[in-house]
Design a protein around this ligand. Structure first.
Ligand SMILES: Cc1cc2nc3c(=O)[nH]c(=O)nc-3n(C[C@H](O)[C@H](O)[C@H](O)COP(=O)(O)OP(=O)(O)OC[C@H]3O[C@@H](n4cnc5c(N)ncnc54)[C@H](O)[C@@H]3O)c2cc1C
Length: 239
């Protein structure tokens, strides 16, 4: 492919994003997949988006596992791991995360063979998967922030902790669980801060919302696939 990126200046975006604009693009003929077959473009888009929505049933779940682990460690380090509400919140987070995983597995397992011989995921379940992904990570993040405590944003800097004088004071007054180094407590707070509010939140929160299409795009697909007429028949009223 030939092309040129337009210089967008020295802007530094939060997630170190790059904006590339291609013009004068040449695509070799062997890489041309469609040429004028407009009747298939809707189907191509639905299937492409469906696969993207399926994949969030694994990638966001992996990030969720990291966050649940961080919340559990934060509870240990804070000295609150035995509190019944903390245990229950960790159960709730696991329930939400595994529900997302189940959706990813379900839309894959319910896939079927297409005329070309390739397998296609269940598009309704893939859209249900992504619709849940646009919601549950926010609740998992909320519960993590609850468990971690305000220290996840007010924690002192590494430089202060390592300061020969101030470091000892901080070590004493920022200690939670007596058997844990304050520096380890600081590390877990930084991890929670990063995934829920910092750079990694781009991937855990905003991408969960808008990646593979904003929530309304899934609702349109769910409406198309919901087969309401069939459901009316199984309700059993004969007019
Ligand atoms: C972290 C991240 C990673 C991404 N990665 C990729 C990637 O790898 N590849 C890729 O191709 N894309 C990627 N995307 C882009 C993603 O597909 C879009 O963000 C998504 O489709 C939503 O589009 P938008 O951001 O322009 O929001 P908008 O379309 O502006 O949506 C904002 C709001 O407006 C509403 N809205 C928009 N149009 C209408 C309308 N016509 N009628 C009524 N309501 C409307 C939406 O429902 C939503 O509520 C990524 C996005 C994020 C945030």
């Amino acid at each position: 492919m030939e092309g040129s990126a337009i210089d967008v200046g020295n802007f530094q975006f939060g997630g170190h994003e790059a904006l590339m604009v291609f013009d004068n693009v040449f695509i070799p003929w062997e890489n041309v997949l469609m040429c004028g077959e407009y009747e298939f473009s809707g189907m191509l888009l639905e299937r492409f988006a469906g696969y993207h929505r399926q994949s969030y049933g694994s990638c966001k779940v992996g990030l969720g596992d990291v966050l649940i682990g961080a919340a559990a460690l934060a509870a240990d380090y804070n000295g609150a791991a035995k509190a019944s509400h903390v245990k229950d919140k960790l159960i709730e987070m696991t329930h939400l995360n595994e529900t997302l995983y189940s959706c990813g597995i379900a839309c894959s397992a319910q896939g079927s063979k297409t005329a070309s011989g390739t397998y296609l995921i269940d598009l309704l379940l893939a859209n249900v998967c992504k619709q849940n992904v646009a919601r549950f990570p926010y609740e998992i993040a909320r519960l993590t922030e609850d468990i971690a405590g305000g220290l996840m944003v007010t924690m002192t800097s590494e430089k202060d902790l390592q300061h020969p004088e101030i470091g000892k004071v901080l070590e004493k007054y920022l200690q939670g669980n007596a058997s844990i180094y304050t520096e380890d407590r600081a590390r877990i707070m930084r991890l929670v801060e990063n995934i829920t509010l910092g750079t990694a939140a781009v991937g855990y929160r905003t991408e969960s919302m808008h990646g593979a299409g904003s929530p309304q795009a899934q609702r349109i697909m769910i409406a198309r696939q919901s087969n309401l007429e069939q459901k009316k028949i199984i309700a059993g009223i004969k007019e």
